[in-house]
Design a protein around this ligand. Structure first.
Ligand code: ATP
Ligand code: ZN
Length: 297
């Protein structure tokens, strides 16, 4: 086996661009061209296997890849589907990545008779997620038939294949265009990095550790901001309390002014206009909010 870490990534689709962007932010230098199956990372011993998202859990479970980037919805579906045929799939989430967020929802005719999960008893539900939906129905003791469809699920009620659907929703526009309304969320999903828990050799482990610490840095710096402001010395405590997700700001004296200090802090949560208004009301002036490009602890 090679000592290059192999990561499965969706080749094309709603996960692909942000997966590539995240890996590039981690400093990986690669290019994805044409219909190639493999992208070699030039500056680290890592290969990206470019595949359909549905294959990613299997590739990781079988050891064809060490890790994979995939939607939590696909991960959950593959794990639950494999349990149904009593084939335990050894994969686990190693990181939640915070992009490609969507919800797996139950939806039905906007003004039909199905308005809540309990109305589903005795109905037919179309979905591409029979594993996740089956587990949900079992948990809620709802007796409904699952009609598995690979795509175009939102058309099922219109062509009388099903009474309701269970499908991914982000803005809801597709549902609306088909006269459907969501009435329950059964899974909140985002992109996740999955692994098999299998032991890596020392070389691969070292590459993995480096990559993971960079991924953590990218995740943390995404919503993080660097805040600089001036404040009356006696207001420092009150101002620190307003700063979202920051501990221990740096306090710097200002030359020629005993009462005023400069305060600098990393905020690990989003800084909104409201936050700036609150800071100003607490006495802060000359407030600057700067993006953070990289972070490592
Ligand atoms: P493939 O050809 O790889 O099988 P696909 O058609 O199954 O692709 P996509 O539509 O590209 O899948 O979606 C991939 C994943 O992106 C989904 O499984 C989900 O996790 C996420 N996703 C789906 N819809 C959205 C959306 N509207 N916004 C953001 N992320 C989404
Ligand atoms: Zn797919």
């Amino acid at each position: 086996m090679t000592d290059r870490l192999r990561i499965a990534v969706q080749k094309k689709g709603r996960l692909a661009d942000e997966s590539f962007a995240m890996l590039k932010k981690c400093g990986l230098n690669f290019s994805v061209r044409g219909d190639g199956l493999l992208a070699r990372v030039k500056n680290m011993p890592i290969d990206l296997l470019l595949v359909r998202d549905d294959d990613i859990p299997n590739f990781v479970a079988s050891g064809a890849c060490d890790f994979g980037l995939v939607g939590e919805n696909v991960f959950a579906e593959e794990v639950l589907a494999s349990q149904k045929i009593e084939k335990d799939m050894d994969i686990e989430i190693v990181r939640r990545l915070g992009f490609s967020r969507c919800r797996l929802c139950l939806a039905a005719d906007e003004d039909g008779s199905i308005q809540s999960p309990k109305d589903l008893n005795g109905t037919k539900i179309a979905t591409s997620y029979p594993g996740v939906l089956g587990a949900y129905l079992k948990d809620k003791a709802i007796k409904a038939a699952i009609v598995e469809m690979k795509g175009a699920v939102e058309l099922a009620p219109r062509i009388d294949i099903a009474d309701a659907i269970c499908d991914l929703v982000s803005s809801g526009a597709t549902l609306e265009a088909n006269g459907l309304a969501p009435f329950a969320t059964i899974l909140e999903s985002e992109a996740v990095m999955i692994g098999s828990g299998r032991k890596l050799g020392p070389n691969k482990q070292a590459i993995y550790d480096r990559l993971l610490s960079r991924i953590d840095g990218v995740i943390r710096s995404k919503d993080s901001k660097y805040i600089m402001l001036n404040a009356p010395r006696e207001q420092v405590e009150a101002i620190t309390k307003i700063l979202p997700g920051s501990d221990a700001p740096t306090i710097i004296p200002l030359s020629g002014n005993e009462d005023l200090v400069a305060l600098q802090a990393v905020c690990t949560e989003n800084v909104f206009w409201q936050t700036l208004e609150d800071l100003k009301a607490a006495g802060a002036r000359a407030i600057l909010v700067l993006p953070i490009e990289k972070m490592m602890n």
